[in-house]
Design a protein around this ligand. Structure first.
Ligand code: SF4
Length: 243
């Protein structure tokens, strides 16, 4: 089974994906991911139970600012898990909110800048957007709303910035067949190679898996595997899955 976040990690560096998925070496939680988790919890409580965001917290203030772009409490299903198969490949994940009456699926983001935010044109190719569209309940066309909540703002920027797109089911299937399904096949093959092996014994063998040294210091944060990864044998997921 492959999730959007696992696919994104493999796109950054296949070996980094393998350290997490095969050797069970988790990526460490950062202050940014902890902030996002707390923000998601407050948004979930508001959408499900109508509990007002806690304005004493920065994440609560951002959720409060995003309310004009959210369904009313009780209108949306929240934190909806999914798992489905397409062309023999299995995918799973969790959708932040589904507003079924509007055929809309929402994602909350808590970010420091809008530099990496999707645009309406790029959102329709985002792996999470594609999986959200294909997951039940699905419609002929899904409305997607990614809400970028800004932790740091430059002059003139708004705290909450929705990006909207519509994605037909047929387009989502096509995009999945171009990227996600070939990736699932490759990564499932790598998993099978190490099936039943003790994670500590597998660790030195992962140097055989192609890697991307450009990701070692991505976002100014050192990869947690720098101490034992050789950083040799470069190769990207796109190159490995190209037909
Ligand atoms: S140290 Fe660099 S090459 Fe090795 S797994 Fe991490 S990101 Fe990939």
């Amino acid at each position: 089974m492959l999730s959007a976040s696992s696919y994104k990690l493999a796109k950054r560096c296949v070996r980094r994906w393998a350290y997490k998925e095969i050797c069970r070496l988790k990526e460490p939680e950062t202050s940014a991911t902890a902030f996002g988790t707390r923000g998601h919890e407050q948004a979930e409580r508001f959408l499900r139970d109508g509990i007002a965001p806690d304005l004493h917290t920065p994440e609560g203030r951002l959720v409060y600012e995003s309310i004009p772009f959210l369904p009313r409490p009780g209108e949306a299903a929240v934190e909806v898990p999914f798992a489905f198969e397409l062309d023999g490949a299995w995918f799973y994940g969790r959708i932040d909110a589904i507003h079924e009456a509007e055929c809309t699926k929402l994602d909350h983001k808590f970010v420091s800048s809008l530099d990496y935010a999707e645009s309406p044109a790029s959102l329709v190719r985002d792996p999470a957007a594609v999986l959200y569209t294909l997951a039940a309940p699905f419609w002929e066309t899904t409305r997607l709303r990614w809400i970028y909540n800004l932790k740091k703002r430059k002059a003139g920027q708004k705290p909450s910035n929705p990006v909207d797109a519509t994605l037909p089911l047929t387009d989502a299937k096509k995009t999945a067949r171009e990227g996600l399904i070939p990736a699932w096949r490759l990564l499932s093959g790598v998993r099978a190679l190490f099936a039943g092996q003790d994670p500590t014994e597998a660790l030195p063998l992962l140097d055989a898996i192609p890697c991307n040294p450009h990701d070692c210091m991505a976002f100014n944060r050192p990869c947690p595997h720098l101490a034992y990864c050789s950083r040799e044998n470069p190769g990207l997921l796109e190159e490995l899955t190209r037909e």
